[in-house]
Design a protein around this ligand. Structure first.
Ligand code: PEP
Ligand code: MG
Length: 588
């Protein structure tokens, strides 16, 4: 943190994850457990304590109703109905009476009584082996936090509870929270934890919202209503910016706007290097309504459709028909280009309440992605059938996430064949030539790429995970974010190995991890032999500009020098120098 002399301005530095600058009032989004104060009270204070409790329950009820209405407007009433269960908790007479009795008999503050009794309810419910009752535990915990925050006089918590434009400050935002952000109201967000490749950061880039993560203890120094400036280019959050800072930022913003305007001009141009080598530039999406951004930013279709986002923020799983509708829309809107639909990648930092999965100690190493699909063939089959059916409505390709080796690919392939046979016998059409590829994001898959390349039709390297699994650095842990190095020599070697295996077998290789959207690193990827780059729609124009500003021969030279370098910082320096000498105005 830094303070400007003689002013109230405070600066916090974090990790820049989504470009842009925004100014607006802070809204603190509390997610962590509150400290529950304990206080003895006098009998004479009882009426006041009871009145406080009643007001907190009324305020909580009001918040829940408001959120329910907003969510109903944003995503439909089915999902908004989750708040019915929350409302039942604030109206639960048994719970309320027990709290009142506890305050009266033990003469202690109502926060303490409410927390204690709610925790006891949760404990008893969680011990009963019934998924419905376990779900109620989550409701009670959520509502308890709200009531306690209202008793403590803290701001409301929902990321969608504010009607004015604002900047969200939070300890953390889950990918599900981020998926619900209202683009017209949320000007930007900053979190204490997280890293550049967490799905929360990826969502921010997709939504085009300036964002910073890894701000450590920022919520201790910022209050709801504080005036903020968020610099998503450099990862700086400024509280109470001085007039001088605002002037400097106006000039900086003008510079950036000019760059954006120039990027607009190349939107419809060809994506090729200066020596005429075509590089396919496509976009990553999470939801079909991002297709407008895909087109607007001049991407050539969709290189990664993260279908798991259809499974988040809801109580029930989408059935085959609902999935088919979503995939069909994306296939049609991607035309004349293709869409690569990735099968479910649930797990890790993407938790789907509708699946009610047991908590794992190491979720990124657990039952994630293709492992989940293979363990739940009914869910997997409904998705495969929906993808196959959508393949009749455009140019659809499909890939599996987190494949660790050939056996897993074959297992998935066998289920795919079953689905094809079913559809044939039901007379439901699909593209018999649907191309199937795999994501290369587990080191074992990269090392066994020569085996996989003989049976798959393309590779898409998921550098976000490939880096985390290769260097053993949790991609969402800000404490070790400095160890997460896309330019680690081991990463370059693995990418080279994958490309060579692909070429030897006549298939292509793309990169759909965040490295593809990093204009400093994109030339290195091209030099290593990557054929396709897929990134957040909003980053496509700058990547196109980078591609057009380099020759493949120079990129190959950069890759060769990088492969000979010894450390990630040496390689990064080579890449930065390369980018600066060709498109300095794009490098932050
Ligand atoms: C990756 O791991 O690089 C990737 C693109 O997949 P995700 O970010 O969804 O894990
Ligand atoms: Mg991945």
């Amino acid at each position: 943190m830094g303070d400007a002399v003689g002013s109230r301005e405070k600066r916090f530095e974090g990790i820049a994850v989504a470009p842009g600058i925004a100014r607006g009032p802070a809204v603190i989004h509390w997610v962590d457990e509150e400290e529950i104060p304990y206080r003895k009270i006098e009998a004479s204070e009882l009426p006041e304590e009871i009145a406080r409790f009643e007001s907190a329950l009324i305020a909580t009820r009001g918040e829940l109703l408001e959120m329910q209405q907003k969510i109903a407007e944003a995503i439909g009433t089915t999902d908004a109905s989750i708040f019915d269960a929350h409302l039942l908790v604030v109206e639960d007479r048994t719970l309320i009476d027990e709290v009142l009795r506890s305050v009266e008999s033990d003469l202690h503050n109502v926060e303490f009584a409410f927390h204690k009794i709610a925790a006891r309810y949760c404990k008893s419910l969680s011990e009963i082996d019934d998924p419905y009752l376990r779900e109620r535990v989550v409701d009670i915990e959520d509502v308890t936090r709200r009531v306690i925050r209202n008793l403590l006089g803290k701001a409301s918590t929902g990321v969608h509870a504010h009607a004015e434009p604002h900047i969200i400050i939070s300890h953390n935002l889950t990918p599900s929270d981020t998926a619900l952000l209202n683009r017209s109201l949320v000007l930007g967000f900053a979190t204490e934890v997280g890293s550049k490749t967490s799905h929360t950061a990826i969502m921010a880039r997709s939504l085009g919202i300036p964002a910073i993560v890894g701000l450590h203890d920022a919520t201790d120094h910022i209050a709801t209503g504080d005036s903020l400036l968020i610099d998503g280019y450099r990862g700086i959050l400024i509280v109470d910016p001085t007039p001088q800072t605002l002037r400097e930022y106006e000039a900086y913003e003008e510079e950036k706007d000019l760059v954006e305007e120039r990027l607009e001009l190349i939107r419809d141009t060809f994506s090729a290097t200066s020596d005429g080598i075509r590089i396919t530039l496509s976009a990553n999406i999470e939801l079909p309504d991002e297709m407008g951004d895909v087109k607007e930013n001049g991407a050539e279709g969709v290189g990664l459709y993260r279908t798991e986002f259809l499974f988040l923020n809801r109580e029930t799983l989408p059935d085959e028909d609902e999935q088919f509708e979503n995939y069909r829309i994306v296939a049609e809107k991607s035309a004349p280009h293709s869409v690569i639909i990735r099968t479910l990648d649930i797990g890790g930092d993407k938790v789907a309440a509708s699946l009610d999965l047991p908590k794992e100690d190491n979720p990124f190493l657990g039952c994630r992605a293709i492992r989940f699909s293979l363990e739940h063939p009914a869910i997997f089959k409904s998705q495969l059938r929906a993808i196959l059916r959508a393949s009749k409505h455009g140019h659809v390709r499909m890939m599996y996430p987190m494949i660790s080796g050939l056996a897993e690919f074959r297992q998935a392939g066998a289920i795919l064949e079953e689905c094809k046979a079913e559809l044939r016998s039901e007379g439901k059409p699909f593209d018999e030539k649907l191309e199937v590829g795999v994501m290369i994001e587990v080191p074992s898959a990269a090392l066994a790429a020569d085996l996989l390349a003989k049976e798959v039709q393309f590779f898409s390297i998921g550098t976000n995970d490939l880096i985390q699994y290769t260097i053993a650095v949790d991609r969402v842990n800000e404490r070790i974010a400095h160890l997460y190095k896309p330019t680690h020599p081991a990463i370059l070697r693995l990418i080279k190995m994958v490309v060579e295996a692909a070429r030897a077998n006549g298939i292509w290789t793309g990169v759909c991890g965040e490295m593809a959207g990093d204009i400093v690193l994109a030339p290195l990827l091209l030099g290593l032999g990557i054929d396709e780059l897929s990134t957040s729609p909003t980053l496509v124009p700058r990547v196109k500009k980078a591609v057009q500003s380099v020759s493949l021969v120079d990129c190959q030279d950069l890759a060769e020098k990088s492969l000979q370098a010894n450390t990630s910082s040496d390689i990064l320096q080579l890449c930065v120098d390369f980018a600066r000498s060709r498109y300095d105005e794009l490098v932050s």
